[in-house]
Design a protein around this ligand. Structure first.
Ligand code: ATP
Ligand code: MG
Length: 455
């Protein structure tokens, strides 16, 4: 049942309207002045606000602004005295759905109420649908079949809309940057920058100026003022990758930026306010670095408000084949048919332990696609280390060691002997006597073996 908040400082109008709307099966809450209305708007949710414009001290326009800012899904209809159309138009500009002039006909008012509610429903459905589509689209590029990865996705969904600092932990190639980007893409900051900085890639002075900026002449080579990433990420997100490698001196400065929410460029004594959400990633547990004395504990607590851990790929068996097909599909040119994959290859991918995680799997698939023939990825085009590792595992079903294709030991030795005899005979140019000597067997024995060879 739609809920309507009715506001008018004229008791007779309030009571008539209440009766009329309740008769139409609307749930109606009434307020006899603006102040009362503010309390009700803040405390409860309404589908529609119907309010007189001229009230004092809080008037209808004030309520409209409040609803606009704090309850944007509530529709608004204004009641206005004859002759004050200008204010009514002002209300439309501020986002009111419509206005009704007093004295009004009941039917006219009811139709406007119906239209406002229908419009509101359509808008909200649209917003829900848009959000659903966006969610699906954004997570489209994250394969998450394993319970561990599903859990990570759930965490992304929950933390993304907040401004909380998130620390992502995972071995190399597990998808830390992908997760950080997804958090940004799902946050209210998505239209602003996502700026990654690799704390392991830059020497200390450069990292400092990259993060915080510098002013002209602050060090040799600083030929002009430069904005740092914290300033550039204003309103957006900064991603501190490999944060465990950050030098201690910069850790101290970062801590100050996080605490004071302002940044000072290198060589400057002016501070600039910053509003950048911080996401960080590490492949070495920071707890370990704290013990070793290379990471500040106080910074660790600031960064790991919400920790997200991505498990190594070998602990997420359910993700391996979906990732294989995902890479295959995304690497296939548009309109093309993705290659087929031999069952042997799937078994090898599942058996391998992927020390380089998803990145290694991506590279393996690209390698196999490059060498594949006849629209199919077969074992012979898979990188040898993956084939070898799978073959070495006892009881694993792989092309290199397939129990159903095994021969008896006798047959195996006879094949080897046949090979060797023909090699030696080749070497002696078919001279059987010399061959027998080389093989240190009698000529008769050689002859006995040869008919067998010719079978
Ligand atoms: N769950 C996943 N679904 C789809 N693609 C993934 C997934 N996890 C990782 N990838 C892909 O694997 C590659 C490596 O991921 P990413 O660069 O995010 O890893 P990383 O943990 O940051 O690695 P490094 O420690 O080497 O920096 C990327 O191309 C990424 O798109
Ligand atoms: Mg990375």
């Amino acid at each position: 049942m739609p809920r309507i908040l009715l506001v008018d400082d004229e008791p007779s109008i309030l009571s008539v309207l209440c009766t009329v709307l309740r008769a139409e099966d609307y749930e109606v809450v009434s307020a006899s002045d603006g102040q009362q209305a503010i309390e009700k708007i803040r405390a409860e949710d309404f589908d529609l606000l119907v309010s007189d414009i001229r009230m004092s001290p809080v008037n209808g326009m004030d309520l409209l602004r409040l609803v606009h800012d704090e309850k944007p899904t509530t529709s608004v209809i204004m009641l206005t005295a004859y002759g004050s159309v200008e204010t009514a138009i002002e209300a439309l500009k501020l986002g009111a759905f419509d206005y009704v002039t007093k004295p009004f006909k009941v039917d006219e008012l009811l139709i406007t109420v119906q239209r406002a509610l229908a419009y509101r429903n359509a808008l909200n459905e649209n917003a829900d649908l848009k959000q659903q589509l966006e969610t699906r689209y954004e997570f489209d590029n994250i394969i998450a079949e394993s319970p561990a990865m599903k859990n990570v996705c759930e965490m992304i969904r929950r933390v993304a809309p907040t401004d909380t600092t998130v620390l992502i932990y995972g071995q190399s190639g597990t998808g830390k940057e992908l997760i950080a980007k997804a958090i940004h893409a799902h946050s209210t900051r998505k239209k602003k920058n996502f700026l990654p900085v690799n704390c392991a890639a830059l020497p200390e002075p450069l990292l400092e100026s990259e993060m915080f900026g510098h002013v002209k002449g602050s060090f040799t080579g600083a030929s002009s003022d430069k904005e740092g990433l914290f300033e550039a990420a204003h309103g957006g997100t900064i991603f501190l990758d490999e944060v465990g490698s950050m030098p201690l001196s910069i850790q101290g400065k970062l801590l100050r930026v996080l605490q004071e929410k302002e940044v000072r460029r290198v060589g400057s004594n002016k501070t600039v306010p910053v509003d950048a959400r911080v996401l960080a990633a590490t492949n070495t547990p920071l707890e370990q670095l704290i013990k070793e004395g290379t990471f500040r504990e106080d910074l660790y607590y600031r960064l790991s408000v919400i920790p997200i851990e991505i498990a190594p790929l070998r602990e997420r068996q359910e993700d391996i084949l979906p990732l294989l097909y995902h890479v295959l599909k995304s690497e296939t040119p548009e309109g093309g048919e993705p290659l087929a994959v031999d069952a042997d290859v799937c078994a090898m991918f599942e058996a391998y332990d992927w020390p380089g995680n998803v990145r290694e799997l991506e590279n393996a698939v690209k390698h196999a696609m490059t060498f594949a023939r006849e629209q199919c990825i077969t074992a012979d085009v898979v990188p040898p280390r993956i084939v070898a590792a799978a073959a070495a595992l006892p009881g694993r079903n792989s092309a290199a060691f397939d129990a159903t294709r095994c021969k008896s030991l006798k047959a195996f030795l006879r094949d080897q002997e046949k090979n060797y005899l023909s090699q030696v005979l080749n070497f002696t140019g078919g001279d059987k006597e010399r061959a027998a000597k080389t093989l240190r067997i009698s000529l008769a024995t050689l002859y006995r073996k040869l008919p067998e060879e010719e079978e």
